[in-house]
Structures are given as structure tokens and as C-alpha cells.
Design a protein around this ligand. Structure first.
Ligand SMILES: [Zn+2]
Length: 483
């Protein structure tokens, strides 16, 4: 190779002492034990460490710190040489092989590392203050330089002078501070000089907003994840984290101490559980039901559950299915969960009830008019009006709720549900007189109705056309039966 090894980078001001030994790197230069500065060269790293006599008592620490600082100097040298080579295309002209190839094949730099080094060289050319602080003075470390380069290298070139001026002030003012402080300050410099950048980023983030509900294939629930712009994200944080989240971040024992990982994980888990519970509370309380299927068009979200009648009646423990709008269409829920849901949510829970042949026998929901298929189911069970002694054909009857849909003032009966075990055909005449005359109807799971007239004490029972005595007497008793 006949490159020009004596070519020094144009970046070094004349008269400035070399920050590191520039001639072939002696292996001991990176050895922790190496303590001898090269002859004739003041060793900055040595001088820096000498400010802390206590390090002599912990040789391992001194060695580690020395290595860290020497890596900085070596990286500075590497970048300095790359800048020169790049500027004059020395490698390619002399060897026919591109600089990047040398860096990859012999230098063992990965693609990301090569890009970082070359981008750093390019940015240092644009920003003399940073170049001098890193390459010449060594006051800014490679870690800081890399972070600053990543933050500013995409800024428009016409801002270079202004960025450099601000950087010079920040470097001059912040040499003794936390190394992150310079990086943080550079973030603000970039924002101040190019204020369109954050609003662009915000707009991009808002365009990307989404919330994904990803059901697990086994029907055991699913994952929720999303992406939000700053306002949406802050709103979610305020709504879901709440005041109780204060201080729930990683637990720290003090500056520079590593957080206790077990405690941090437990704390993060607890925070996550709180957020999940809060999200559900909010959904239960405030969101208008989609589809407007409730009477007032708003209210708690409607859950739709498909359940076997035998499970509802506590004869079976078959799991029920919560029907969703997502892939797969359903989640499993245990029999007990569904019974609890029905008890807790009442009419908010739409339930599709199946008999032991899989046929639909009922739907419970906060909807007063029985849907068409439910009328069909009633017709399959009843020939006639269900009032005592009435022979009006079921086909011309209304579907009647045994319990009045709108609770009667003063009555302690629960409001009606639209379920087969609550419904029976009733002709218009009897429908009009049932409540007016003071009859109380109680419907049983087998479709039979007990009619009671409290004023007279009369009680009678009507049964559907296909009624059979139940195989087990105990199953005629259920929660909706009168006490
Ligand atoms: Zn009738």
C-alpha cells in the first residue's frame, strides 16, 4: 500500500498537542496495566485518573476507567483517520477496495457500526466544536459524541453554524456534568432550531394511532396493544395510571445503584394490573354501546354470551362462550363466570341460550321487542294464548314478558328479560287485562306459567303445548321462581 501515512487530518489545529499517541498503537496502550505514557507525550488519561488518588486502592476500578477513557481516544483516532481517508478516497484509489469493505472485512465492523463511524465523521466535519471536543481535547466522550451525532445529523445543513455555536456553549458550560446532560441539551438545541420537527413527528404519530385487540387462538383472552400520539398517549396515561401510580416506576436505591430487578418487576406487574383494571372500569362506565342496541343508545358495553341451558340451570359445568367481533369470534368463560356475569350485569348481558341439542332457546338482552326467531321459538312451544282458559292462537298473540318489562311501581319483582323462560304468547285482550286486573304471572323454565290473583287468592297454571313433566322435579325450581 502506498497511501500517505503522514497525512494528518485537516481537522487538527496546528500547535495543539496530540491527544493520544498516534503512531502504531502499542498493545499495552489498551492494557489496564499500562501506566506509562509514551515518551515525550503527556498522557491525558493518566492525568485524569491521577486526580483521584483513591483509585490506587482499587486497581481493578482504575483499570476499568482507564480502559473506558482509552477506548474513547482510540475511537477518536479511528474516526479521525476515517475522515481523512474518506475525504481523499485514499483507500479506494490506492487499493481498489472501498473503505467500507476494509472496515468490514479487516476492521470487523458490522454494517450498523460502519454507518455510525462514517456518519460521525461526516457530522464532525460539519460541527467543528464537537470535532475539537471529541477528537482533539477529549473532553467529550465517544458515547456522548455518538448520541449527539444521532440527534443532529439529519438536521438541515443550513443550521450547521447555529448548531455548532450552541454546541460550543453547551460543551463549554457542561464539561463536569452528567454525560447525559450534553445529550439532553442537544435535543433541545435541535428542537429550538428546527421546531417543525416535533410537530411533524406528532402528526406522524397521530396518523399512526391504532389500538389492536389480538385474541389468543385458544379462546383464553387476548392481548391489547396500540400506538398513540402525544395527546392520546398522555390522556391514556392520565386515565389509566391515576394518582396511585406515582412512584411505581423501577425501584432505585439511590444515584448510580442498580434497581432491584425483582422489586422492579413486581412493581411493574402491579402497575400493569392496575392499568388493566382501570381500563375495564372506564369501559364499563362511560362508553356508549356500539350499535346503539340498548334502549337509550348508551350505557355499559354489551357482552354477548352463548351458554347451554343446562349450564345456566347449574346442571352442567360446560364453559360458555363470550362472543366477540374478532378473529375466532369467541372466548371461553367458565360456567361459574357466566352465572356470575348474569347475576352482576343482568339485562346488560345479551345471552344466547342453547338447549342440549344445540338449538337456540332464548336470548336475554335489554331489548323489549322479542326478535323474530324468538317468536318462532315461542310458536314451537305454544299453540295458544297462555292466559288461563284462552284459546286464541299463539300465531296472532304477542310475546309477553311474565314480569312486566317496565317494572310496576311498588312491585318488588325484577324487570323482565327477553328469554324463552320469561316469554309466552298472550293475546291482545289478555295482554291488556293481565296487569290491569291484578294478575301476577310467574313463568317456569319448562314454559309453564303460574297465574296468581292476590286480591282473590286465585292461583292456576297454564302449560305450553309440548309440556311434559320434568324428568327431575328439582330442576323446576330456579332463581326466577317465586319465593
Ligand atoms: Zn288470551
Amino acid at each position: 500500500m502506498t497511501t500517505a501515512p503522514s497525512t494528518r487530518p485537516s481537522t487538527r489545529p496546528t500547535g495543539t498537542p496530540h491527544p493520544v499517541a498516534l503512531d502504531p498503537i502499542a498493545p499495552e496502550a489498551v492494557e489496564p496495566e499500562a501506566g506509562e505514557p509514551e515518551a515525550g507525550e503527556p498522557d491525558r488519561v493518566e492525568a485524569e485518573l491521577a486526580r483521584f488518588p483513591v483509585l490506587a486502592e482499587v486497581p481493578g476500578l482504575e483499570a476499568a476507567l482507564e480502559a473506558a477513557r482509552r477506548i474513547d481516544r482510540l475511537t477518536a483516532r479511528l474516526i479521525e483517520e476515517l475522515m481523512t481517508l474518506q475525504e481523499h478516497e485514499l483507500a479506494e484509489r490506492a487499493t481498489g477496495v472501498a473503505l467500507e469493505q476494509w472496515l468490514a472485512i479487516v476492521g470487523r465492523r458490522t454494517g450498523a457500526d460502519r454507518r455510525m463511524l462514517l456518519t460521525a465523521g461526516d457530522t464532525l466535519r460539519r460541527l467543528p466544536s464537537l470535532r475539537d471536543a471529541f477528537l482533539v481535547d477529549g473532553t467529550v466522550s465517544w458515547a456522548q459524541t455518538r448520541a449527539v451525532v444521532l440527534r443532529v445529523h439529519r438536521l438541515p445543513r443550513h443550521l450547521d453554524d447555529a448548531v455548532d455555536h450552541q454546541l460550543a456553549r453547551a460543551i463549554a458550560a457542561g464539561l463536569d456534568t452528567d454525560p447525559d446532560a450534553l445529550v439532553h441539551r442537544v435535543g433541545w438545541i435541535a428542537l429550538e432550531l428546527d421546531p417543525s420537527e416535533p410537530s411533524e413527528a406528532q402528526r406522524r404519530a397521530e396518523d399512526r394511532e391504532f389500538l389492536a385487540l389480538q385474541p389468543r387462538l385458544d379462546g383464553s383472552g387476548g392481548r391489547v396493544f396500540g400506538d398513540f400520539g402525544p395527546v392520546g398517549f398522555a390522556t391514556l396515561d392520565a386515565a389509566l395510571s391515576g394518582p396511585s401510580a406515582a412512584g411505581s416506576g423501577p425501584t432505585r436505591d439511590g444515584f448510580g445503584r442498580r434497581p432491584d430487578e425483582d422489586r422492579s418487576r413486581a412493581s411493574a406487574d402491579a402497575t400493569g394490573r392496575r392499568r388493566a383494571a382501570r381500563l375495564l372500569e372506564l369501559c364499563e362506565g362511560a362508553v356508549p354501546a356500539s350499535g346503539g342496541t340498548t334502549d337509550d343508545g348508551a350505557g355499559r358495553p354489551q357482552l354477548l354470551v352463548r351458554v347451554d341451558l343446562s349450564t345456566l340451570l347449574d346442571r352442567d359445568q360446560l364453559p360458555a362462550e363470550l362472543l366477540t367481533t374478532l378473529t375466532g369470534g369467541r372466548m371461553w368463560a367458565s360456567a361459574q363466570t357466566v352465572r356470575d356475569l348474569i347475576a352482576a350485569r343482568g339485562a346488560d348481558l345479551r345471552s344466547v341460550i342453547l338447549d342440549d341439542t344445540g338449538a337456540v332457546v332464548g336470548v336475554g338482552r335489554s331489548q323489549r321487542l322479542a326478535p323474530g326467531w324468538l317468536r318462532d321459538a315461542l310458536l314451537a312451544l305454544h299453540d295458544t294464548c297462555s292466559a288461563p282458559g284462552c284459546r286464541t292462537a299463539a300465531r296472532v298473540c304477542d310475546a309477553d314478558h311474565a314480569h312486566p318489562w317496565h317494572p310496576v311501581a311498588g312491585a318488588d319483582a325484577p324487570p323482565g328479560r327477553t328469554d324463552v323462560d320469561e316469554l309466552a304468547p298472550l293475546c291482545r285482550t289478555d295482554n291488556g287485562t293481565k296487569e290491569r286486573d291484578g294478575w301476577r304471572a310467574t313463568q317456569h323454565p319448562d314454559g309453564s306459567r303460574t297465574w296468581h290473583h292476590p286480591r282473590t287468592g286465585l292461583t292456576t297454571r297454564t302449560v305450553p303445548a309440548r309440556w311434559r313433566p320434568p324428568p327431575r322435579p328439582d330442576i323446576t325450581e330456579r332463581a326466577t321462581a317465586p319465593p
